[in-house]
Design a protein around this ligand. Structure first.
Ligand code: TXA
Ligand code: MG
Length: 349
């Protein structure tokens, strides 16, 4: 399949190009587009065949449901059974933005879109290109992250091209994603709202508009004990090609441990993930990448997936990542992704 890539300037959006992309989605095509979190792979959410095409293009199991992206809160009622009252408060504070809400679905949403579930995930992104595209596509765009299943989510158009060239109809290049981590997923179908996937809308932020919020128990207990409620969280996601270990402990002890590994591990191609302040603590000759400043967890979030992809490109076979003290909800979200990338291999020193 020929994949057309178009560049769109956020400051001066070519609405005709957006209209063409929207038309493609309406007719059952697939278009990758930027959002403020990561790039999405968009298809018509109300057409089961489009959902099937999305699963195929990503190589994703078809029991892993898609998020429906909307551009107007008035469009929500069509795709859900009823609107829980807290949705209006949440939308007032966090939409458009990186928050996905799970509700009971209406009969208008095909089972393929929800991976066979009676519930549906909905989000209104804040990216201006995304909002115009959703409108041009008829209001309901199903979009998972635009990566091949099992690879880190794409935060730049280059990542999307690497994974999706030849597999979809169009890629809209709209620059780098602002946040670099996928949206927070909040399940509103139970007694108490539950965070199924942490993101940049944090527990603390949600508690400013909701009386009670819980974290899905798998997010702070042993990953393997219970199946997570968001189907996608059970797959080994965000996985770099190399085996990865997170090293946790006092900063000097962590550096010493990684130094020893550099001495010992001659058969592997080593990569190290560190922070800005420890970048100079490691010898030359190994591949070292910083995620940014320990004090700026948003910066760490923005860099994580790019760094993981770079290690893949350089065919690193063994990665040691410094842990960092989590200071905020964003840090918690980054640590969640890092732990998954490392398949929960943590060394305590
Ligand atoms: O930031 C984001 O959310 C990005 C951008 C493109 O919007 N999208 C994204 O989609 O990360 P995806 O498909 O890569 O991740 C969606 C997650 C999966 O773990 C999926 O299992 C979960 O949402 N999910 C979707 N519908 C669900 C539902 N009805 N119940 C529980 N989990 C659901
Ligand atoms: Mg994904």
């Amino acid at each position: 399949m020929d994949t057309q890539t178009i560049i769109i300037d956020k400051e001066n959006i070519d609405e005709q190009a957006i209209a063409r992309a929207g038309e493609l989605i309406k007719r059952g095509g697939l278009v990758a587009f930027p959002t403020e979190t990561v790039y999405g792979l968009g298809g018509n959410a109300l057409d089961g065949k489009s959902a099937e095409k999305i699963y195929k293009a990503k190589g994703r199991p078809s029991d892993n449901p898609l998020i429906i992206h909307i551009c107007d809160i008035d469009d929500l009622q069509y795709i859900v059974k009823s609107i829980p009252p807290e949705v209006y408060r949440l939308a007032d504070s966090f939409w458009p933005g990186p928050l996905t809400l799970i509700m009971n679905k209406s009969s208008k949403v095909p089972m393929q879109t929800t991976g066979g579930l009676e519930t549906v995930a909905v989000r209104m992104p804040s990216d201006s290109i995304a909002l115009l595209l959703i409108k041009a596509a008829g209001g309901y765009v199903a979009a998972p992250s635009a990566n091949i299943s099992g690879r880190p989510s794409p935060t730049t158009s280059k990542h999307v091209i690497e994974d999706m060239q030849g597999r979809i109809d169009m890629i809209i290049d709209g620059g780098d994603a602002d946040f670099g981590l996928e949206s927070t997923i909040l399940d509103l179908t139970g007694q108490v709202p539950v965070i199924l996937r942490p993101g940049t809308v944090t527990l603390e932020m949600l508690l400013t508009v909701l009386e009670d919020v819980q974290l899905d128990s798998v997010l702070h207990t042993n990953y393997n004990k219970e199946p997570p409620k968001a189907p996608g969280m059970k797959y080994k996601h965000y996985a770099p090609k190399g085996e990865m270990h997170i090293v946790e402990g006092n900063r000097q002890a962590v550096i010493r441990y990684i130094h020893n590994k550099i001495e010992e591990e001659h058969s592997a191609k080593l990569g190290i993930i560190c922070m800005e302040d420890t970048l100079k603590s490691y010898p030359q000759g190994v591949i070292i990448k910083s995620l940014g400043s320990r004090e700026n967890e948003n910066e760490i979030a923005r860099n994580l997936y790019r760094v993981l992809r770079e290690f893949d490109e350089e065919e690193v076979t063994l990665i040691y990542a410094e842990s960092f003290d989590v200071n905020s909800g964003v840090g918690h979200a980054v640590m969640n992704r890092l732990l998954k990338a490392a398949a929960y291999h943590v060394v305590k020193v």
